[in-house]
Design a protein around this ligand. Structure first.
Ligand code: SAH
Ligand code: SF4
Length: 358
């Protein structure tokens, strides 16, 4: 029995994940099976409107077509292995296992009318930011388009039960989305598909560590997807000590690329700044940041550091965060303090997966 399951598992993991397909590819497969295109469109509706996750749910299809689908495709690559809810129940975090045993996480945050998902683009991350739990675990692999899409479908299906909908998606979970550029953008395109889930581009935010060539490439695409850049320091020496990527793409180049982005797209760029006690949280740090960003169409999000096991830095106090914000505003740069929702469930980037490996 065990052996049989083992073999079946191996066969399953070689099947193409259905969320890795475009509608055109699905139609081509149906054509090969001698099935009309409208049947493929029905499947698409089932996947992206009903969020069906099992071939047996596609009851309008003939049984032999359902069997063929079950044979040809896997309908899920994500197995939830751990779920945590914050004490107020508004933040839910799920740790998923991938078919090759790697794990990723995705978070649902309910806030007023918003239902925001924070999803992963990679298992682990190669960028090595010292304060980040994902960076501390190193790079495992890129996620496929379908593995990125399925994180959204998973929560969309749950929300549907209570007549709720995904309102926003931030690619701020594990991994560096611009290090997996094509799959991340393909996943957004799929979720944006007018015949599918129809999640508008403006509902997405990609957060990047600052891969300058990719910011330039993204700017040229003139998409409506929001862009956030993790800055955390306005000083090269300090930034390099926190984020090794700064050696390759120092602050001057990064800010030039960000300015180019705003000029090409007319869109505001967001800068992320994790406030770390006595490291980057003083009034002088705020002044240097404001100076760097002067005249740019931008917004700054500050968030008190989420402490991680392998980094000694501490979170800024609320008073210092407020003083930092006030200094930014005084100098004409819009700045908001992001609340650490779900701190009690380690909702920080990669924290659950890295605990799992501990
Ligand atoms: N790789 C991308 C997106 C994932 S990280 C990036 O770096 O932007 C999402 C955000 O969480 C980034 O702004 C990152 O700097 C921040 N972050 C990582 N670890 C954190 C921590 N321990 N506390 C607060 N913010 C953190
Ligand atoms: Fe990677 Fe972003 Fe974490 Fe840096 S902060 S290690 S880029 S996930």
């Amino acid at each position: 029995m065990t052996e049989k399951h083992g073999i079946q598992g191996a066969v399953d993991s070689q099947k193409l994940l259905i969320y890795d397909l475009s509608l055109e590819q699905l139609k081509a497969q149906f054509a090969e099976w001698g099935q009309p295109a409208y049947r493929a469109a029905q499947v698409w509706q089932g996947l992206y409107h009903q969020f069906w996750g099992d071939p047996s749910q596609f009851s309008s299809l003939p049984a032999d077509v359902r069997a063929r689908m079950a044979d040809a495709f896997r309908f899920s690559a994500l197995t939830p292995i751990k779920k945590l809810a914050s004490s107020d129940g508004e933040t839910v975090k799920t740790l998923f296992q991938l078919p090759d045993g790697k794990s990723i996480e995705a978070v649902l945050m309910r806030y007023e009318h918003r239902r925001t998902l924070c999803i992963s683009s990679q298992a682990g991350c190669a960028m090595g930011c010292v304060f980040c739990a994902t960076g501390q675990m190193g790079f495992k692999r890129n996620l496929s388009q379908g593995e990125i899409v399925e994180q959204v479908i998973y929560y969309a299906r749950q929300l549907k039960e209570t007549d709720e909908h995904v309102s926003n998606v931030v690619v701020m979970g594990m991994g560096e989305p611009f290090h997996n550029y094509d799959n991340t953008l393909a996943a957004i395109d799929l979720l944006n598909d007018p015949q599918g889930m129809k999640l508008g581009e403006r509902r997405f935010t990609i957060s990047t560590v600052g891969l300058v060539p990719m910011i330039r490439k993204f700017a040229k695409e003139k998409r409506q997807v929001n862009l956030a850049i993790s800055l955390h320091s306005a000083d090269d020496e300090l930034r390099t000590s926190m984020m090794p990527v700064n050696k390759k793409y120092p602050i001057e180049d990064l800010i030039a690329a960000a300015r180019e982005y705003t000029e090409l797209t007319g869109r505001r760029v967001t800068f992320e700044w994790a406030l770390i006690q006595d490291v980057n949280d003083s009034i002088e740090h705020a002044a240097a940041l404001a100076n760097l960003l002067r005249g740019m169409l931008c917004h700054v999000n500050v968030i008190p550091l989420n402490p991680t096991r392998k980094y000694a830095g501490k979170a800024t106090t609320r008073q210092r965060a407020q003083a930092f914000q006030a200094e930014m505003e005084r100098r004409g740069i819009p700045c908001s303090i992001r609340i650490r929702r779900g701190i009690d469930i380690q909702a920080g980037c990669g924290q659950l997966a890295s605990e799992e490996k501990a």
